[in-house]
Design a protein around this ligand. Structure first.
Ligand SMILES: NC(=O)C1=CN([C@@H]2O[C@H](COP(=O)(O)OP(=O)(O)OC[C@H]3O[C@@H](n4cnc5c(N)ncnc54)[C@H](OP(=O)(O)O)[C@@H]3O)[C@@H](O)[C@H]2O)C=CC1
Ligand SMILES: Nc1c(N[C@@H]2O[C@H](COP(=O)(O)O)[C@@H](O)[C@H]2O)[nH]c(=O)[nH]c1=O
Length: 595
C-alpha cells in the first residue's frame, strides 16, 4: 500500500492518502506517514539550528488532512509545535499532532507543550523521546497530565511501517543522538572519485571530478554541518575555501589537521572574514607560524597526541554535533581506523583518469583479505546529474530504545554530562542541565540600547544584547546598521556570528571603550535576565555552594578553558549575581523577622 502526499497552498496543505483507497483502516500507515513528514520538516532546519535539535510538527485532523505544519528555525525562535498550531488555527481542536521528537523544554517555559494544550490537541504521536537524559520524558509526562493521549512509536505501538518512520526520526537528529550515546560528533566522510577510484590525478590535480550539480550538493552538506575538516596536504594541494556557496543558511567552521604545520603563508582558509578556521596541530609545532596564523585571526589548538579521536573528542566538548570530512585518503584512513567516521557519501563520476600513483579516497587500513572489508549499511544510490551518489553508514545510528528506558530514566546513560566534582557546576550549551545560564538561552530581555539612545528595546537573548553593544554609540551609519542587524538576528548564534565577524573585519566600527565596558555590559544583561525570569533566579539560587564554570574549552575570557586555564568571567558574574540575590533575600528575611 503506497502512501503519498499532495501539496496544495491552502491551510489544509496536504492530505495523506492511501493509494488503494482505504483511507480509514490502516492507522499505523497514516501515523507513519505523518511522522515521516514531521521528520522531513525537521530536516529543513538542519544546519540552521545547529547545535540544537531539529524539530518538525504536523497537525492532522481526524479525517487525515494536514491542517498545519511547522519546524524550528533556530533555538530561541518559535517552537515547531507553536508554528504548526498557529497555521492550523481552529482545525487544531481535536486533531493529532505528530512530532519527530519529544520537545525539549530546557528552560522551564513549556512553550511547545502549552501550544499543543491550548490549541485543544487530542492526541500526540512522538517519533522518538528526547535523547538528552535531563530533558527526556518531561514533555510527554506533562502532555499526559493535561489529559492528552500520547503515543510513542516503539513503546505504545509498533509495526514495520512505524519502525521505518521512527528511523527517519533517528536520522534527522543523528548528530544529537550521537551526542547522547558517544563522546564524538557525528562524522560524514565525503569524497568525489572517478570511475576508476581516484580522487585526483597523479599530479594531485583534482578540480573537478564531480559535476557542478554534485558540488552544489556538497555545499548543502557543508551547510548542514557544524564543521568541515581537511588534512594539511589538501590545503597545500588544493588551497580550498570549504565554504557553503548554495546561497542560504549556515557556513561551517573550517578545521585543518596538520602534524607538521608546514602550511603555506597564503591560503584561502586564512581569510576568516566570512567564517572561522581552526588549525589543530601537534604541541610545539612551528611556534612562529602559530603566531602568524593567530595574527590572521586563525585559531590554533595544540594536541599532545594529534589523532582523529582526540580531535573529535575535543570538538565534542566544544559542542560540535556534526563534522564533514573532506580530506584526502591519508587522513580518511586514519579517521576510519579510529572509528570516528559514521557515514560515507561518495560522488562517483563517469570518468577515468588512470595513474597507479593517483590518490584514492581511503589510504591503508591494514586489511589484506576482502572478507575484512567494511560493509556499509542502509546504502542509498542516487543519480546527481551525470554522477552517481552512493551513501551509507559505517556504524549503525545507535538505536535508542534499548538505551532510553520508556519510563523515567535512572540509569546513567548520558555521558554528555561529565562526572565533574560535585562542587563545581559546569554549564555551556543551552540544552545542558544548567543551560539556562548560557548567554544563548532563549530568554528575551528588555534593555536600553545604550549610547545616546535610552529607548528600551527587546533583545532576544543576552547574546544579542552583548554583541550589539560592541557597536553602540559609534558615529557611523554602518555601526548603527550592525546593531540593528544583531538585534533582529533570528538566533543567538546568528547574532554572535555577525558581532564576531564585524569585529574582525571592521574593527573601526567597534566602540573605543569596548574592552573596558564589556564585563559591565554582560553583568547588566545577566541581571536583567535573572530578574525578569523568577524560575531562572531559583535555578541560580539552587546552586549555592557550587562554583559555576562556563565549560567553554576555547573562550579563555568568558569560559573556563580546556584545562581550567580560562578566566571564567561568565561563571564569576553569575556567582556575583547569586551572592547579591542571597544578600537581598537575607536582608528581606531580617526585615520580616524584625517587623
Ligand atoms: N576528490 C576529492 O574528494 C578530494 C581530493 N583530494 C585530493 O587528495 C590529495 C591529498 O590527499 P592526502 O595527501 O591524502 O591529503 P589529506 O587531506 O588526507 O592530508 C593528509 C595530511 O593530514 C595531516 N594529518 C594530521 N593528522 C593526521 C593523522 N593522524 N593521520 C593522517 N594525516 C594526518 C598531515 O598533514 P601535515 O603533512 O601537514 O602534517 C597529513 O600529511 C590532493 O591531491 C587533493 O586534491 C582531497 C580531498 C578530497
Ligand atoms: N575535487 C573535488 C572535491 N574536492 C574537495 O573540495 C575541496 C575544494 O572546495 P572549495 O574550495 O570550497 O570549492 C577540496 O579541497 C576537496 O576537499 N570535492 C567535490 O565535491 N568534487 C570534486 O571534484
Amino acid at each position: 500500500m503506497a502512501l503519498s502526499f499532495r501539496i496544495c497552498s491552502s491551510p489544509l496543505i496536504c492530505r495523506a492518502t492511501l493509494s488503494n483507497g482505504d483511507n480509514s483502516r490502516n492507522y499505523h500507515a497514516i501515523d507513519a506517514a505523518f511522522i515521516r513528514r514531521a521528520a522531513d520538516l525537521a530536516e529543513m532546519s538542519a544546519g540552521l539550528t545547529s547545535p540544537h535539535p531539529n524539530f518538525g510538527c504536523v497537525i492532522a485532523t481526524s479525517s487525515g488532512k494536514v491542517a498545519g505544519e511547522g519546524y524550528l528555525y533556530a533555538q530561541g525562535t518559535k517552537p515547531a509545535e507553536a508554528l504548526a498550531v498557529e497555521a492550523a488555527g481552529e482545525f487544531s481542536r481535536g486533531s493529532t499532532a505528530y512530532l519527530n521528537m519529544e520537545p525539549g523544554d530546557c528552560h522551564g517555559d513549556h512553550t511547545a507543550v502549552s501550544a499543543l494544550v491550548q490549541a485543544g490537541i487530542d492526541r500526540v504521536v512522538v517519533g522518538i523521546r528526547h535523547p538528552l537524559q535531563h530533558l527526556r520524558g518531561s514533555a510527554i509526562r506533562e502532555l499526559r497530565s493535561q489529559g492528552i493521549e500520547v503515543n510513542v512509536i516503539g513503546e505504545d505501538f509498533e509495526s514495520k511501517v512505524l519502525e521505518d518512520a521512527r528511523k527517519s526520526c533517528l536520522l534527522v537528529n543523528a548528530p544529537l543522538i550521537h551526542r547522547a550515546c558517544s563522546r564524538v560528533p557525528f562524522s560524514v566522510l565525503k569524497y568525489a572519485m572517478t570511475l576508476d577510484g581516484k580522487i585526483a590525478a597523479s599530479s594531485g590535480h583534482a578540480a573537478w571530478i564531480s559535476s557542478k550539480l554534485s558540488r552544489t550538493r556538497v555545499f548543502e552538506l557543508r551547510g548542514g554541518s557544524d564543521a568541515v575538516i581537511v588534512g594539511g596536504n589538501t590545503v597545500r594541494q588544493d588551497d580550498p575555501r570549504l565554504t557553503a556557496r548554495h546561497g542560504q543558511g549556515h557556513t561551517p567552521t573550517r578545521i585543518v589537521m596538520t602534524q607538521s604545520l608546514d602550511l603555506p603563508e597564503k591560503a584561502n582558509l586564512w581569510d576568516v572574514s566570512e567564517v572561522s578556521t581552526i588549525v589543530v596541530t601537534q604541541r610545539g609545532a612551528r611556534k612562529s607560524f602559530q603566531k602568524y596564523l593567530a595574527s590572521k585571526g586563525v585559531e590554533v589548538v595544540e594536541f599532545d597526541m594529534l589523532n582523529p579521536r582526540e580531535v573529535m573528542e575535543y570538538f565534542h566538548l566544544r559542542g560540535y554535533l556534526s563534522i564533514l570530512w573532506e580530506c584526502g585518503g591519508t587522513l580518511a584512513a586514519s579517521a576510519i581506523s579510529s572509528s570516528v567516521i559514521h557515514k560515507v557519501v561518495a560522488f562517483v563520476a563517469p570518468k577515468i583518469i588512470g595513474g597507479s600513483k593517483a590518490p584514492s579516497p581511503v589510504g591503508d587500513l591494514g586489511m589484506v583479505e576482502m572478507t575484512q572489508a567494511l560493509n556499509l549499511i542502509d546504502v542509498c544510490y542516487e543519480q546527481v546529474g551525470p554522477d552517481m551518489l552512493v551513501s551509507g553508514y559505517l556504524q549503525p545510528i545507535p538505536d535508542l530504545l534499548p538505551v532510553i528506558p520508556s519510563e523515567d530514566a535512572t540509569v546513567e546513560i548520558d555521558p554528555s554530562v561529565d562526572p565533574f566534582e560535585p562542587s563545581i557546576i559546569f554549564f555551556y550549551k543551552t540544552w545542558d542541565l544548567y543551560g539556562s545560564f548560557s548567554n544563548f538561552s532563549p530568554h528575551p530581555i528588555r534593555m536600553p540600547c545604550g549610547g545616546e539612545n535610552d529607548d528600551y528595546m527587546t533583545w532576544s537573548s543576552v547574546e544579542h544584547y552583548y554583541q550589539a553593544n560592541k557597536f553602540v554609540g559609534v558615529e557611523n551609519p554602518m555601526a548603527h546598521d550592525c546593531v540593528e542587524k544583531i538585534r533582529t538576528a533570528r538566533s543567538p548564534e546568528e547574532a554572535a556570528l555577525i558581532g564576531r565577524s564585524t569585529l574582525r573585519q571592521k574593527p573601526e566600527l567597534v566602540r573605543n571603550d569596548w574592552e573596558d565596558v564589556k564585563i559591565e555590559v554582560m553583568y547588566k544583561a545577566l541581571k536583567c535576565k535573572f530578574s525578569t525570569y523568577p524560575h531562572l533566579k531559583s535555578i541560580l539560587l539552587s546552586t549555592v555552594g557550587s562554583v559555576l564554570v562556563e565549560a567553554s574549552p576555547h573562550d579563555l575570557f568568558w569560559g573556563g578553558g580546556r584545562e581550567g586555564e580560562g578566566l571564567n568571567y561568565l561563571g564569576r558574574l553569575l556567582m556575583q549575581l547569586r551572592s547579591e540575590y542571597l544578600g537581598e533575600s537575607s536582608v528581606s528575611a531580617e526585615n520580616t523577622s524584625s517587623a
